[in-house]
Design a protein around this ligand. Structure first.
Ligand code: FE2
Length: 287
């Protein structure tokens, strides 16, 4: 696996590198920093003006925290500002927004594990997004909203990029998730009762990479990488922002990362949530 630093906008064939498992870290993107600044504003607004974001979980019972996180997520994901900044991101890295669609941006909130690790703050077990019905050409972005430590980040385990992992994706349905399970996030407080696609074998963490960045420092990687949430046992809540891009032509021609083990039966069931990057019209699927 290769790691490119601040080269996304300089490498014309960056998609191919991502499909091959390479990871990009871009620390100087204006659009990324603005998206994080917007996330910070959104967090403060959702939590009634509180600016000490790290300490939010220490200030209230978990039920209240879940209600406010639910409000935050809805507001951020559906905002025009976040969409504008994703388009700005495509322009900043030098691609044509007409060529791309994106999945709605999300803000993730990971408080101390013992306080909450289910529902709105589900700690993702190692997975590929393709297990969750994503396409092979999905390009993931991820960045911390505030400076984080390795104990609070997301992990990527590049050793498994082209090595199969026994998993339950064949028995998991994206349609069922979208229509029924997703809305139940706020009802899961103490344990995650919703079914996720998970590994059925021990994952060797020896080559796990935990990148701890600062606000707006963005990782860009294939959704086919094995990745997951690092359980946060620190006393600070971690906030991150992510969104996903797909190149239309690659989607159409089924280009992308190698599929070594994903068997989700309804890949693409989430297409209706995707937007064209140039005009934010809804993606109507592959014609
Ligand atoms: Fe994921």
């Amino acid at each position: 696996m290769n790691l490119y630093i601040n080269q996304l906008q300089k490498k014309a064939d960056f998609k191919e590198a991502i499909y091959a498992g390479d990871i990009f870290l871009n620390t100087e993107l204006t659009s990324a920093k603005e998206l994080c600044a917007f996330a910070q504003e959104s967090i403060t607004a959702a939590f009634d003006g509180e600016t000490d974001h790290h300490a939010l979980h220490r200030m209230m019972p978990v039920e209240d925290f879940v209600a406010l996180v639910t409000r935050l997520k809805g507001q951020f994901t559906n905002s025009q500002r976040a969409k504008d900044l994703i388009r700005a991101f495509t322009l900043e890295i030098g691609v044509d927004p007409q060529d791309y669609i994106f999945d709605v941006p999300r803000v993730r909130v990971v408080p101390n594990y013992n306080y909450l690790h289910a529902g709105v703050s589900y700690a993702y077990k190692p997975h590929r997004d393709t297990w969750y019905g994503s396409v092979d050409c999905q390009i993931n972005t991820w960045m911390p909203v505030h400076t984080i430590k390795p104990e609070q980040t997301m992990m990527i385990n590049p050793a498994y990029f082209d090595v199969p992992v026994k998993n339950t994706s064949a028995d998991w349905s994206l349609s069922e998730w979208i229509n029924t399970q997703r809305h139940r996030a706020k009802d899961n407080l103490t344990e995650e009762r919703r079914v996720h696609p998970v590994p059925q074998e021990e994952i060797n963490g020896a080559s796990e990479v935990r990148i701890a960045g600062n606000t707006g420092e963005m990782l860009i990687f294939s959704g086919s990488h094995l990745h997951g949430t690092v359980p946060n046992y620190t006393d600070n809540t971690r906030f991150s922002v992510d969104f996903r891009l797909m190149h239309l032509d690659d989607l159409k021609h089924k280009r992308g990362a190698i599929n070594v083990d994903s068997a989700c039966p309804d890949v693409g069931a989430g297409f209706k949530d995707y937007f064209h990057a140039h005009d934010f019209s809804n993606f109507q699927g592959i014609k």
